[in-house]
Design a protein around this ligand. Structure first.
Ligand SMILES: Cc1cc2nc3c(=O)[nH]c(=O)nc-3n(C[C@H](O)[C@H](O)[C@H](O)COP(=O)(O)OP(=O)(O)OC[C@H]3O[C@@H](n4cnc5c(N)ncnc54)[C@H](O)[C@@H]3O)c2cc1C
Length: 415
């Protein structure tokens, strides 16, 4: 697989051949590497950080049923039963304590390491501390490989297919000219903290300008003394620095932090998430975009992990199959079609709710909470998961003849 060229005793350039090169060792890349290797392809994954999950860029909230289905069992998360919303002068608790917990907060490092082990066991090679710096093209203008910088010098990787799982930067997609810089996105800052008093069964979202100018703050528990506390801000609506806002919120002990006793940050997380919907094109000759790189996230609650894993696996599987057809664009189109069919309308509906939420004043937020107060647990979960099918929204409007629920229905279904 590798050819090292020695010049004057130093390894200057390595040339590596693989079937598939995966760029990025987040959940999308690790999942793509796993399924491609499992399908028999020679796979190499390149990650710029020193370790998988060295820099955490996520809060790790997801849904138990969906994540269990993807093979992530309860040893990887703290289950959540209750959902609390706090606005400047109101509060809602959606109580699910009588039923199976439907949400959870992942131990992100443990989960990503598990995904990496699956990929390695399936036969994928993982190169850490390897930054992809460019792509190579053949004479016909088709992507033919990548150039990367490693601890031991530069490396050229020749391959038939590149899977771009580089996250928000869409590094390869942009170099290849099928993706542009995201114009609408969220930026989030978060501390993982020791905390004296934590309700380990309940996650909290805090809305209103005192928390975030265009977004919200959160408290996501990992155990009875461990929480992630963070703030997300939407761009371009606001220029607010989420870290400044987070530090101010903790210093001022804004509610409900005032009831949590000692709060001691022990780890800092920071990241960006696209808020624009799916990329129009996520495949071209010899290239697939997956995960955040392809815009596969629900912008309403900054949720992309389960999609990154699910569609990462799909990209690896279809990518490996496509090798027999030289990974032509046509041989990859099933991937794009399946992702669109599963995600496009959900994300588009979530974007509509989000653009409404970004404009709400504090007084309007207090009223908006009444919509949530009227929902049953299942209706609420469908809503935050962006499961806005027409029949579910119709049921919601019929069950809640009050104006607020009707407004919601109109907002999501009318263009
Ligand atoms: C503040 C915040 C909170 C979030 N909270 C949640 C949440 O609670 N639940 C949820 O489901 N989702 C959440 N998300 C979204 C979720 O984190 C992403 O959707 C998910 O991580 C996408 O996975 P990915 O593999 O596509 O990208 P990433 O996780 O970003 O992984 C990309 C990887 O590529 C590597 N890389 C980038 N460029 C290069 C390069 N040139 N060379 C080599 N390697 C490279 C990076 O180092 C990184 O490891 C949140 C996002 C943010 C920003």
């Amino acid at each position: 697989m590798r050819l090292a060229v020695k010049i004057g005793g130093w390894i200057k350039l390595q040339v590596i051949k693989a079937d598939i090169a995966v760029v990025g060792g987040g959940p999308a890349g690790l999942s793509a590497a796993y399924s491609a290797a499992k399908s028999g392809a020679r796979v190499i994954l390149l990650e710029k950080d020193d370790a998988i999950a060295q820099n955490i860029r996520t809060s790790g909230v997801t849904w138990t049923r969906e994540i269990n289905r993807l093979g992530i069992s309860s040893e990887y998360y703290n289950p959540i039963s209750n959902y609390r919303f706090v606005s400047p002068s109101s509060e809602v608790l959606i109580n699910g304590s009588g039923s199976e917990p439907q949400s959870c907060v992942l131990d992100v490092r443990k989960t990503w390491h598990h995904l990496a082990s699956l990929a390695a066991a399936a036969g994928a090679d993982i190169m850490l501390k390897t930054t992809v710096a460019n792509i190579t093209m053949d004479s016909g203008g088709r992507i033919s490989g990548i150039k990367a910088k490693t601890m031991r010098g530069s490396v050229d990787i020749g391959c038939r297919l590149v899977i771009d799982a580089s996250g928000f930067s869409s590094f390869v997609g942009r170099k290849a000219g099928i993706a542009s810089e995201w114009k609408r996105y969220g930026v989030g800052a978060e501390y993982e903290c020791y905390c004296e008093h934590v309700d380990a069964d309940t996650w909290v979202l805090m809305v209103g300008k005192q928390y975030s100018e265009a977004g919200y703050a959160w408290i996501f528990p990992l155990s009875k003394n461990r929480v992630r506390i963070g703030i997300g801000v939407g761009r371009p609506e606001s220029k607010q620095d989420p870290l400044d806002a987070l530090n101010s919120m903790i210093e001022a002990r804004l509610s409900p932090l005032d009831k949590m006793g000692k709060i001691q940050p022990i780890e800092f997380h920071y990241g960006f998430i696209p808020n624009q919907g799916l990329r129009k094109a996520s495949v071209s000759d010899g290239l697939i975009l997956v995960g955040d790189s392809a815009g596969q996230s629900n912008p309403l609650v900054l949720e992309g992990i389960r999609y990154a894993i699910e569609f990462g696996r799909l990209a690896g599987e279809i990518g490996a199959k496509s090798l027999s057809e030289n990974s032509s664009k046509e041989s990859l189109e099933d991937y794009q079609r399946i992702v669109k069919a599963n995600l496009e309308s959900k994300i588009n509906s979530a974007l509509k709710v989000q653009s409404r939420w970004l404009e709400l004043s504090d007084e309007q937020w207090d009223k908006e909470l009444e919509i949530l107060r009227n929902m049953s647990l299942d209706e609420f979960l469908d809503f935050v998961k962006a499961d806005f099918t027409a029949s579910k929204m119709m049921k919601l409007a019929l069950h809640h003849p009050k104006l607020a629920a009707r407004q919601l229905f109109n907002m999501v279904l009318k263009s």
